[in-house]
Design a protein around this ligand. Structure first.
Ligand SMILES: Nc1nc2c(ncn2[C@@H]2O[C@H](COP(=O)(O)OP(=O)(O)O)[C@@H](O)[C@H]2O)c(=O)[nH]1
Ligand SMILES: [Mg+2]
Length: 360
């Protein structure tokens, strides 16, 4: 069914305070005002490329986790013997790109289409039936889409739910679908302004019904004006920069909310960090005090040992002195004794001194 290679749209800057989109290269080559162009939008992984692949062999279907359609691409497709162009748009919540970057690319393409008088015949907005979680990216994406569209001539916009084959409980899924249609947080406003809610639950068959519905709705438009989205008017007619458009405001609010969450988390982490740091400091203080106590205790012990050692040394010295004194005393006594003995021996010897006899 495919009709040649897909066309990649160039990425240009739109997120500036000065609206400089007019200076960018046109991003809609080879499509003219006469062509039927239908954009396929929705969160990453909802099945946009799969939807397009039923009509064109140039669509690249991603696996479950990684985002595959990283840039906007144009796919010639055939439906009921008629050639149309399906625009595969990068989904928000992409693993590799920011939402701002993606909104910028989609807005830029829409702006250039508008400038080149290429009107959208319709939009297929895909949503996973299990993605109604409040606060989840599915809901944020719906808000963005609502603001991207505005409220004008939305009868050829189809909101279609995918992944019906993965829901374990059919009745719960039907409740979710009813909630999507009736809740002002979801699609109620879009339905009020003419969008249809259909199911993409039967592969090529349901996809064909969706496109036929759009083509029929579009042909009912007598002026064949197609859809002019709010974001196209805001940029082209009102000269707004992307962040000043309604969709840009939604993204800005979501980024601000995210920033507030991060700030709160940072404050909490900083508080925990300073608590742990002060606990660590008081532990270190206690450890330093204990170290000082141990050091002082060791010093005291050391001094006591030194003192004991010193008094023992002094005792030894005193003993040595005493010993020396005693030795000296002994020596003197011995000398005296020897003298006395000698004297005694002399006294008691029988020998008379000869001069003594002469004198006698
Ligand atoms: N079970 C189921 N898987 C689907 C359905 N539609 C798409 N997928 C799968 O979901 C994954 C993402 O699809 P893809 O078309 O690349 O999503 P995109 O990011 O929106 O283009 C792929 O593995 C598809 O085969 C569906 O209706 N049911
Ligand atoms: Mg894709």
């Amino acid at each position: 069914m495919g009709q040649g290679p897909s066309k990649q749209a160039p990425a240009n800057s739109l997120w500036s305070t000065e609206n400089d989109v007019s200076s960018s290269e046109p991003a809609v080559p080879d499509i003219g005002p006469e062509d039927t162009v239908i954009a396929v939008m929705g969160l990453t992984g909802v099945g946009k490329s799969t939807f397009i692949s039923y009509f064109s062999d140039t669509a690249i279907v991603g696996d479950d986790l990684e985002s595959c359609t990283s840039t906007l691409s144009i796919h010639p497709a055939t439906i009921s013997d008629r050639t149309i162009y399906l625009i595969d748009t990068p989904g928000f919540d992409d693993t590799n790109r920011t939402d701002t970057d993606i909104l910028k690319e989609i807005a830029l393409w829409l702006h250039h289409s508008y400038d080149a008088s290429v009107k959208l015949a319709g939009i297929v907005y895909l949503h996973r039936i299990q993605d109604n979680r409040v606060g989840g990216s599915g809901v944020k994406n719906i808000h963005l889409f609502r603001e991207l569209c505005g409220t004008d001539r939305l009868s050829s916009v189809v909101l279609a739910t995918t992944m019906w084959d993965t829901v374990p409980d059919q009745s719960k899924a039907e409740e979710r679908e009813a909630e999507l249609k009736t809740s002002p947080d979801f699609w109620a406003g879009l339905v009020e302004h003419g969008c249809s809610v259909l199911r993409q639950d039967d592969g090529a068959a349901s996809a064909t019904k969706i496109l036929e519905h759009i083509i029929t709705q579009s042909s009912l438009d007598s002026k064949q004006e197609g859809i002019t989205l709010q974001i196209q008017e805001e940029i082209a007619e009102e000269g707004k920069a992307l962040h000043e458009t309604s969709a840009g405001e939604v993204l800005k609010a979501s980024l601000e909310e995210q920033q507030r969450l991060y700030e709160a988390k940072t404050a909490l982490l900083e508080e925990q960090l300073s608590k742990i740091a002060s606990e660590l400091a008081s532990l270190q203080d206690a450890q330093a005090t204990r170290d000082e106590q141990v050091r002082q205790e060791r010093e005291r012990e050391h001094r006591a040992v030194e003192k004991r050692e010193m008094s023992r040394e002094e005792e030894i010295i005193a003993f040595k002195r005493e010993l020396d004194r005693l030795r000296e005393d002994l020596h003197c006594t011995r000398v005296k004794q020897e003298k006395t003995e000698a004297e005694y021996r002399e006294l008691t010897s029988n020998r008379w001194p000869w001069n003594w006899c002469i004198v006698m």
